[in-house]
Design a protein around this ligand. Structure first.
Ligand code: ASP
Length: 347
């Protein structure tokens, strides 16, 4: 029996066409895409399609739509070997991160992909991305288990852990990478899987879907010259429960007493603050410089080598499940599904 894959179309450049009035790209119905991809009928995998009623540019993605994706996967979980989600590249890393937490103990592949050029353009990268993603979603190992039971992004020859991925290029086909986590597979003439890096779920437990996210999260980037008023204003945001603070280098911040005071007050009020570096690669090590050390004393938690996209999604997920800030802290410093590297970076 051929493998069965559910292809979920959310929108994105891959299925976009030009609006004749404005010249701008707009998402179109999936039939538009399928008419331009006769190859889909030729692949030896049974592919069913489900699409968002209104395909979107992924800039319009949000936690309610993430919950809809989780429903689509959970409701048809037993009928498919794997899932491919066609998604715009702009927020793909956020969606991949969110789904990795919302689909607990995932035992099947969920592969997100898209393209930089629409499918109807001759030089499109969409065909290869889509066909290879379907192949990966349908692949099994020698024991009959799915080859990659993880939420991943496949793009331009690389299979990346979803919650480690980041969009790195708005133009080149090489649009994604995961600087702090090696590729799970590389596709050239053959698809070479790096099996030792791929997570193994507990096949005796069911996949547990989660639907609730709390959006009381802010991303805050430090920069030289940041003003006290700005920081205090931000910390006074109504319904604020967590902050992803983008610090310098290995987790440093200006050693200004007002900054440390404001942050200490916030953490004492139960606001969770995660330290994520502005660098593309390498971990936060807060004990390395005095600025980072002061942040630690202010109650700020190391985000280790995690991405901003992942920290936002993980916080929304945890905040959606509890108001206990010590539970949130405990879960932020340990990997739930491969999203941060455990010690030796741990402080
Ligand atoms: N703006 C598009 C989107 O994210 C870009 C793309 O798909 O590459 O939906």
């Amino acid at each position: 029996m051929p493998s069965r894959v559910l292809l979920i179309y959310t929108g994105g450049t891959i299925g976009m066409g030009r609006n004749p009035a404005t010249g701008a790209l707009e998402p179109l119905d999936f039939n538009y895409l399928i008419d331009r991809m006769p190859e889909l009928a030729a692949i030896p995998v049974a592919v069913d399609v489900h699409q968002f009623p209104q395909p979107i540019d992924s800039s319009d993605m949000n936690p309610k739509l993430w919950a809809q994706l989780v429903h689509m996967i959970a409701d048809s979980y037993d009928r498919y070997d794997g899932f491919v989600i066609l998604h715009g590249t702009d927020t793909m890393a956020f969606t991949a991160s969110a789904l990795s937490f919302m689909l607990e103990n995932l035992t099947k592949p969920v592969i997100l992909t898209g393209s930089q050029l629409p499918i109807q353009q001759l030089r499109t990268d969409g065909r290869e991305n889509l066909i290879t993603s379907i192949e990966i979603a349908a692949a099994h190992d020698a024991d009959g288990h799915p080859r990659v039971p993880e939420v991943c992004i496949y793009f331009s020859g690389k299979l990346l852990r979803g919650n480690r991925s980041t969009k790195i290029n708005s133009e080149g086909f090489n649009a994604f990478d995961s600087f702090n986590c090696p590729h799970l597979a590389d596709a050239g003439v053959n698809i070479v899987y790096h099996d030792d890096l791929i997570l193994r779920p507990d096949y005796d437990r069911p996949m547990k879907p989660h639907y609730v996210m709390d959006t009381g999260v802010i991303v805050f980037t430090l920069f030289p010259g940041i003003e006290e008023d700005t920081v205090r204003h931000l910390l006074a945001t109504p319904r604020l429960r967590a902050i992803v603070m983008r610090t310098y280098g290995s987790g440093n911040a200006p050693q200004q007493p007002w900054l440390m005071e404001a942050l200490t007050e916030a953490t004492a009020r139960g606001i969770t603050i995660i330290n994520i570096t502005q660098c593309a690669a390498g971990p936060v090590q807060m004990a390395r410089y005095s600025g980072g050390f002061l942040l630690k004393n202010a109650g700020i938690i190391s985000g280790y080598d995690g991405t901003v996209e992942c920290a936002v999604a993980k916080l929304m997920h945890l905040l959606g499940h509890t108001t206990d800030s010590s539970f949130i802290r405990d879960h932020m410093i340990r990997p739930l599904c491969g999203e941060i590297t455990p010690p030796p970076f741990q402080e």
